[in-house]
Design a protein around this ligand. Structure first.
Ligand SMILES: Nc1nc2c(ncn2[C@@H]2O[C@H](COP(=O)(O)OP(=O)(O)OP(=O)(O)O)[C@@H](O)[C@H]2O)c(=O)[nH]1
Ligand SMILES: [Mg+2]
Ligand SMILES: [Zn+2]
Ligand SMILES: [Zn+2]
Length: 385
């Protein structure tokens, strides 16, 4: 079974569809025509050669209409293209969720950038976009505003008003040891708007997305945890609490709602790994730093440092309890077999108005949740020092 990374419908391999290549030059083939299924799904009119299904889908198939051979595989449900690498490497879908304004989009923007550069180098890994839409969308919606114009990202539009394409990347790493085994992971990141996760009537797409998730990352905004106020910079205290009166419940609400949905898949404690991260920890007061494992930089070991992991986990747990948000920790421990706590900052510095700080983007521990998940997926070693 593979999960379509666009519509998140589960597709048995025997039902993978193909799209005719159409004609090119002197080679005759089917004419492009309006694809209603894809147009409805993407919200943009799409003209392409037709999609067809075959009895035993392999890597290629012959179009029944024009007899031309094609290797363009498509999801039978939404007609999006399924990349060959994706079909070969059943993807791990990482769901990223958090309340409105928690920092999800900024986190995605910076995480991808880091995986392509610094962290990719450390792990001897490559991150390659799986389709053109991913390349386009990362560039226009994430990279250009943040890294090009140094502007903060605008809030994510609800899936109700704008089509939402997930970003799909193939993450490949060559492991250590004499065998140099190569392992791949398809990373499907779906940038949700905070309000979409909150409403009682969550959309079909979101339900399928969460249902298909192999791991979930929760982002919690410390500015919105009332008990955290004393630990924040003065300016952050003023900026916090702008969203609603009942903010703790807002941060918590998303955790509970998403957990309830995941719960429908099985009874007992959930087996799906959950990474729970405080975002924006650059907003914590410098006085926090002295005893803090959180403020120690992670050594680039190319492996998960288990001692460091435990220290950070403990510290974030202590912070949550100190901030009267211990309920979140208790709730997680009741619901999940496997959850871990993190603290990170995508920007690394408090933004100045609508711009990133003049010192630039200096992410801090953004990769930690992913390293932990890779370790959980057996794609990264854990070491003790
Ligand atoms: N100090 C600090 N602020 C951040 C950081 N990341 C995001 N922010 C702030 O949080 C705001 C919201 O960030 P987004 O990434 O748009 O949040 P979101 O979760 O995608 O929000 P929605 O799309 O509306 O659900 C930004 O405009 C920044 O002001 C960070 O690492 N540090
Ligand atoms: Mg957003
Ligand atoms: Zn054809
Ligand atoms: Zn699909």
């Amino acid at each position: 079974m593979i999960t379509c990374p666009y519509c998140f419908v589960k597709v048995p391999p025997a039902r993978i569809a193909f799209r005719c290549l159409g004609g090119s030059g002197r080679i005759k083939g089917c004419e492009p025509r309006k694809d209603d299924v894809l147009s409805t799904f993407t919200g943009v009119a799409q003209e392409l050669p037709p999609v067809f299904s075959v009895r035993r889908p392999g890597r290629r198939a012959v179009c029944p209409a024009c007899r031309r051979e094609t290797a363009w595989r498509a999801c039978p449900s939404c007609h999006s293209r399924l990349a060959a690498e994706y079909c070969a490497n059943p993807g791990k879908i990482v769901a990223l969720v958090g309340a409105k304004h928690a920092g999800k989009s900024t986190y995605i923007a910076v995480l991808i950038h880091e995986l392509m550069n610094r962290v990719g180098e450390e792990l001897d890994a490559s991150l390659v976009p799986c389709d053109d839409r991913t390349i386009e969308r990362y560039k226009t919606d994430f990279n250009r505003p943040l890294y090009g114009d140094h502007r903060l990202l605008s809030f994510t539009q609800s899936a109700k008003t704008a089509a939402r394409d997930p970003l799909v990347y193939l993450f490949t790493r060559t492991g250590g040891g004499w065998r140099r085994r190569t392992a791949s992971l398809t990373l499907v990141l779906f940038d949700t708007a905070g309000e979409d996760l909150r409403e009682r009537e969550m959309s079909e797409l979101h339900l399928r997305y969460l249902n298909a998730a192999d791991a979930v990352i929760f982002l919690l905004d410390p500015l919105e945890l009332p008990g955290a106020q004393a630990a924040l910079h003065g300016s952050a205290r003023e900026r916090g609490g702008i969203l609603a009166d009942d903010l703790m419940s807002d941060q918590m609400d998303v955790v509970v709602r998403v957990t309830e949905l995941l719960r429908k898949r099985n009874s007992g404690r959930l087996a799906i790994p959950a990474a729970v991260a405080l975002s924006k920890i650059d907003e914590l007061r410098p006085s926090m730093e002295r005893q803090s494992a959180l403020h120690r930089t992670r050594d680039p070991l190319g492996a998960l440092d288990l001692d460091d992991r435990e220290a950070v986990d403990e510290q974030v747990r202590a912070l949550l309890h100190q901030w009267q948000a211990g309920m979140i920790d208790r709730y997680l421990s009741q619901q999940y077999n496997d959850y871990a706590l993190f603290g990170l900052s995508a920007l690394g510095e408090v933004p100045e108005g609508q711009k990133v700080a003049r010192s630039g983007i200096r992410p801090y521990r953004v990769e930690d949740p992913l390293l932990w998940l890779l370790y959980r997926f057996k794609m990264l070693d854990g070491i003790r020092r």
